[in-house]
Design a protein around this ligand. Structure first.
Ligand code: ARG
Length: 243
Protein backbone atom coordinates (compact mmCIF):
# COMPACT_ATOMS: atom_id res chain seq x y z
CA UNK A 1 0.00 0.00 0.00
CA UNK A 2 2.72 2.40 1.03
CA UNK A 3 4.60 1.51 -2.17
CA UNK A 4 1.52 2.33 -4.21
CA UNK A 5 1.25 5.78 -2.67
CA UNK A 6 4.89 6.45 -3.43
CA UNK A 7 4.36 5.29 -7.00
CA UNK A 8 1.40 7.64 -7.31
CA UNK A 9 3.43 10.55 -5.99
CA UNK A 10 6.24 9.73 -8.40
CA UNK A 11 3.78 9.55 -11.28
CA UNK A 12 2.44 13.00 -10.40
CA UNK A 13 5.94 14.39 -10.17
CA UNK A 14 6.93 13.01 -13.56
CA UNK A 15 3.63 14.20 -15.06
CA UNK A 16 4.19 17.73 -13.89
CA UNK A 17 7.79 17.49 -15.08
CA UNK A 18 6.61 16.67 -18.60
CA UNK A 19 3.94 19.36 -18.32
CA UNK A 20 6.78 21.82 -17.88
CA UNK A 21 8.46 20.66 -21.12
CA UNK A 22 10.41 23.32 -22.90
CA UNK A 23 10.18 23.66 -26.66
CA UNK A 24 13.01 25.70 -28.14
CA UNK A 25 11.94 27.63 -31.23
CA UNK A 26 14.24 29.50 -33.61
CA UNK A 27 13.59 32.17 -36.19
CA UNK A 28 15.24 35.04 -38.07
CA UNK A 29 13.62 37.97 -36.33
CA UNK A 30 13.87 40.91 -38.70
CA UNK A 31 10.68 39.94 -40.47
CA UNK A 32 7.69 41.88 -39.16
CA UNK A 33 4.86 41.11 -38.73
CA UNK A 34 5.96 37.44 -38.45
CA UNK A 35 8.88 38.09 -36.12
CA UNK A 36 10.89 41.12 -35.05
CA UNK A 37 12.87 42.38 -32.07
CA UNK A 38 11.05 45.17 -30.22
CA UNK A 39 12.56 48.18 -28.44
CA UNK A 40 12.95 46.20 -25.21
CA UNK A 41 14.86 43.48 -27.04
CA UNK A 42 12.00 40.95 -27.00
CA UNK A 43 11.13 38.84 -30.05
CA UNK A 44 7.54 39.57 -31.02
CA UNK A 45 5.15 38.94 -33.89
CA UNK A 46 2.53 36.61 -35.31
CA UNK A 47 4.82 33.54 -35.24
CA UNK A 48 5.74 34.21 -31.58
CA UNK A 49 2.11 34.62 -30.54
CA UNK A 50 1.08 31.52 -32.49
CA UNK A 51 3.92 29.44 -31.00
CA UNK A 52 3.02 30.66 -27.51
CA UNK A 53 -0.64 29.77 -28.08
CA UNK A 54 0.34 26.27 -29.25
CA UNK A 55 2.70 25.89 -26.26
CA UNK A 56 -0.14 26.83 -23.94
CA UNK A 57 -2.21 24.02 -25.49
CA UNK A 58 0.71 21.62 -25.06
CA UNK A 59 1.34 22.90 -21.52
CA UNK A 60 4.93 23.54 -22.54
CA UNK A 61 7.25 26.49 -22.11
CA UNK A 62 8.49 28.13 -25.30
CA UNK A 63 11.82 29.80 -25.83
CA UNK A 64 12.80 31.79 -28.91
CA UNK A 65 16.21 32.22 -30.51
CA UNK A 66 17.02 34.70 -33.24
CA UNK A 67 19.56 33.61 -35.86
CA UNK A 68 20.42 33.85 -39.57
CA UNK A 69 17.69 32.46 -41.82
CA UNK A 70 20.01 30.23 -43.85
CA UNK A 71 21.34 28.62 -40.64
CA UNK A 72 17.93 27.65 -39.22
CA UNK A 73 17.52 24.24 -40.88
CA UNK A 74 21.17 23.17 -40.35
CA UNK A 75 20.98 24.17 -36.65
CA UNK A 76 17.66 22.38 -36.22
CA UNK A 77 19.29 19.23 -37.58
CA UNK A 78 22.18 19.73 -35.12
CA UNK A 79 19.59 19.83 -32.27
CA UNK A 80 20.44 23.38 -31.20
CA UNK A 81 16.66 23.83 -30.86
CA UNK A 82 13.50 21.81 -31.44
CA UNK A 83 11.48 23.74 -34.01
CA UNK A 84 11.69 26.54 -36.55
CA UNK A 85 8.86 29.05 -36.89
CA UNK A 86 10.07 31.78 -39.19
CA UNK A 87 7.59 32.55 -41.94
CA UNK A 88 9.04 29.45 -43.58
CA UNK A 89 7.46 28.02 -46.74
CA UNK A 90 6.70 24.30 -46.75
CA UNK A 91 8.58 23.29 -49.89
CA UNK A 92 9.32 19.85 -51.36
CA UNK A 93 13.02 20.67 -51.21
CA UNK A 94 12.99 21.52 -47.49
CA UNK A 95 10.85 18.46 -46.81
CA UNK A 96 13.83 16.33 -47.85
CA UNK A 97 15.59 17.65 -44.72
CA UNK A 98 12.90 18.45 -42.13
CA UNK A 99 9.24 17.73 -41.41
CA UNK A 100 6.62 20.45 -41.42
CA UNK A 101 3.39 20.83 -39.50
CA UNK A 102 0.19 21.51 -41.38
CA UNK A 103 0.21 24.94 -42.98
CA UNK A 104 -0.65 27.85 -40.67
CA UNK A 105 -0.66 30.64 -43.28
CA UNK A 106 -1.15 30.92 -47.06
CA UNK A 107 1.72 32.48 -48.88
CA UNK A 108 2.76 34.02 -52.17
CA UNK A 109 5.68 36.10 -53.44
CA UNK A 110 5.89 39.48 -55.15
CA UNK A 111 8.41 42.01 -56.51
CA UNK A 112 8.43 45.64 -55.35
CA UNK A 113 10.22 48.71 -56.67
CA UNK A 114 9.88 52.50 -56.72
CA UNK A 115 6.41 53.30 -58.03
CA UNK A 116 6.15 53.68 -61.80
CA UNK A 117 9.71 52.57 -62.51
CA UNK A 118 9.06 49.07 -63.87
CA UNK A 119 5.89 48.07 -65.74
CA UNK A 120 6.34 44.33 -65.20
CA UNK A 121 8.83 41.65 -64.13
CA UNK A 122 10.25 41.50 -67.69
CA UNK A 123 11.41 45.09 -67.22
CA UNK A 124 13.67 43.93 -64.37
CA UNK A 125 16.06 42.29 -66.87
CA UNK A 126 19.66 43.18 -65.95
CA UNK A 127 18.49 44.94 -62.75
CA UNK A 128 19.62 44.35 -59.19
CA UNK A 129 16.97 42.59 -57.12
CA UNK A 130 17.47 41.94 -53.40
CA UNK A 131 16.22 39.08 -51.22
CA UNK A 132 17.28 37.20 -48.10
CA UNK A 133 19.89 34.45 -48.18
CA UNK A 134 18.49 30.92 -48.02
CA UNK A 135 14.93 31.88 -48.89
CA UNK A 136 12.57 30.48 -51.48
CA UNK A 137 12.79 33.88 -53.19
CA UNK A 138 16.51 33.43 -53.73
CA UNK A 139 16.07 30.00 -55.32
CA UNK A 140 13.21 31.14 -57.52
CA UNK A 141 15.18 34.14 -58.81
CA UNK A 142 18.24 32.05 -59.58
CA UNK A 143 16.29 29.28 -61.33
CA UNK A 144 13.57 31.23 -63.10
CA UNK A 145 15.15 34.63 -63.72
CA UNK A 146 18.82 34.22 -64.64
CA UNK A 147 18.47 37.52 -66.53
CA UNK A 148 18.00 39.34 -63.19
CA UNK A 149 20.98 40.10 -60.93
CA UNK A 150 20.03 38.49 -57.61
CA UNK A 151 21.62 40.26 -54.62
CA UNK A 152 21.42 38.23 -51.37
CA UNK A 153 21.08 39.97 -47.98
CA UNK A 154 21.24 38.80 -44.36
CA UNK A 155 17.89 40.44 -43.69
CA UNK A 156 15.01 41.81 -45.69
CA UNK A 157 15.25 45.00 -43.68
CA UNK A 158 18.65 45.75 -45.21
CA UNK A 159 17.40 44.88 -48.69
CA UNK A 160 14.49 47.32 -48.35
CA UNK A 161 16.89 49.97 -47.03
CA UNK A 162 19.07 49.53 -50.12
CA UNK A 163 16.03 49.72 -52.37
CA UNK A 164 15.08 53.01 -50.72
CA UNK A 165 18.55 54.51 -51.09
CA UNK A 166 18.95 53.33 -54.69
CA UNK A 167 21.49 50.51 -54.30
CA UNK A 168 18.85 48.04 -55.49
CA UNK A 169 16.25 48.29 -58.26
CA UNK A 170 13.73 45.96 -56.65
CA UNK A 171 13.16 43.51 -53.77
CA UNK A 172 11.47 40.12 -54.02
CA UNK A 173 9.64 38.85 -50.92
CA UNK A 174 6.59 37.31 -49.24
CA UNK A 175 3.35 39.17 -50.06
CA UNK A 176 2.22 39.46 -46.40
CA UNK A 177 5.51 41.07 -45.43
CA UNK A 178 5.78 43.17 -48.59
CA UNK A 179 2.36 44.62 -47.74
CA UNK A 180 3.87 45.98 -44.50
CA UNK A 181 6.75 47.62 -46.37
CA UNK A 182 4.33 49.19 -48.85
CA UNK A 183 2.26 50.61 -45.99
CA UNK A 184 5.38 52.22 -44.52
CA UNK A 185 6.95 53.37 -47.81
CA UNK A 186 4.38 55.13 -49.89
CA UNK A 187 6.68 55.58 -52.90
CA UNK A 188 7.18 51.84 -53.35
CA UNK A 189 4.72 49.53 -55.11
CA UNK A 190 4.30 46.01 -56.45
CA UNK A 191 5.73 45.01 -59.84
CA UNK A 192 3.66 42.35 -61.61
CA UNK A 193 1.31 39.86 -59.96
CA UNK A 194 1.62 37.64 -56.91
CA UNK A 195 3.53 34.43 -57.66
CA UNK A 196 2.29 31.13 -56.18
CA UNK A 197 4.45 28.45 -57.79
CA UNK A 198 4.13 25.52 -55.32
CA UNK A 199 7.43 23.98 -56.42
CA UNK A 200 9.21 27.07 -55.16
CA UNK A 201 6.88 28.69 -52.65
CA UNK A 202 5.30 25.51 -51.37
CA UNK A 203 1.93 25.03 -49.81
CA UNK A 204 1.86 27.67 -47.08
CA UNK A 205 3.98 28.42 -44.03
CA UNK A 206 4.71 25.66 -41.53
CA UNK A 207 6.63 24.92 -38.35
CA UNK A 208 9.67 22.73 -39.07
CA UNK A 209 10.91 19.94 -36.77
CA UNK A 210 13.56 17.24 -37.19
CA UNK A 211 12.41 14.41 -39.47
CA UNK A 212 12.37 11.74 -36.76
CA UNK A 213 10.61 13.93 -34.19
CA UNK A 214 7.11 12.64 -34.89
CA UNK A 215 6.12 13.11 -31.25
CA UNK A 216 6.64 16.87 -31.38
CA UNK A 217 5.16 17.06 -34.89
CA UNK A 218 1.94 15.38 -33.73
CA UNK A 219 1.73 17.58 -30.64
CA UNK A 220 2.23 20.73 -32.72
CA UNK A 221 -0.38 19.67 -35.29
CA UNK A 222 -2.90 18.89 -32.53
CA UNK A 223 -2.19 22.20 -30.82
CA UNK A 224 -2.49 24.09 -34.12
CA UNK A 225 -5.87 22.46 -34.81
CA UNK A 226 -7.11 23.47 -31.34
CA UNK A 227 -5.81 27.03 -31.65
CA UNK A 228 -7.60 27.29 -35.01
CA UNK A 229 -10.83 25.75 -33.70
CA UNK A 230 -11.14 27.87 -30.54
CA UNK A 231 -10.78 31.23 -32.29
CA UNK A 232 -7.28 32.05 -30.99
CA UNK A 233 -5.79 31.84 -34.48
CA UNK A 234 -8.36 34.30 -35.84
CA UNK A 235 -7.67 36.78 -33.04
CA UNK A 236 -3.93 36.62 -33.67
CA UNK A 237 -4.42 36.93 -37.42
CA UNK A 238 -6.40 40.14 -37.04
CA UNK A 239 -3.95 41.46 -34.46
CA UNK A 240 -1.02 41.20 -36.88
CA UNK A 241 -2.46 41.26 -40.41
CA UNK A 242 -5.67 43.25 -40.53
CA UNK A 243 -5.09 46.27 -42.75
N1 ARG B 1 8.94 32.62 -46.88
C1 ARG B 1 10.31 32.69 -47.29
C2 ARG B 1 10.98 31.33 -47.16
O1 ARG B 1 10.42 30.45 -46.58
C3 ARG B 1 11.09 33.75 -46.51
C4 ARG B 1 11.02 33.62 -45.04
C5 ARG B 1 11.95 34.57 -44.31
N2 ARG B 1 11.70 34.54 -42.92
C6 ARG B 1 12.36 35.25 -41.99
N3 ARG B 1 11.98 35.17 -40.76
N4 ARG B 1 13.33 36.01 -42.34
O2 ARG B 1 12.05 31.11 -47.64
Amino acid sequence: MKKLVIAAVLATVSLSASAADTIRFAMEASYPPFEFVDSSNQIQGFDVDLANAMCKEMQATCTFTNQAFDSLIPSLKFRRFDAVISGMDITPEREKQVSFTNAYYDNSAIFIAHSGQFADVAALKGKRVGMQNGTTHQKYLMDKHPEITAVPYDSYQNAVLDLKNGRLDAVFGDTAVVNEWLKQNKNLSAVGDKITDPTYFGTGLGVAVRQNNTELLTKLNDALAKVKADGTYKTLYSKWFQQ
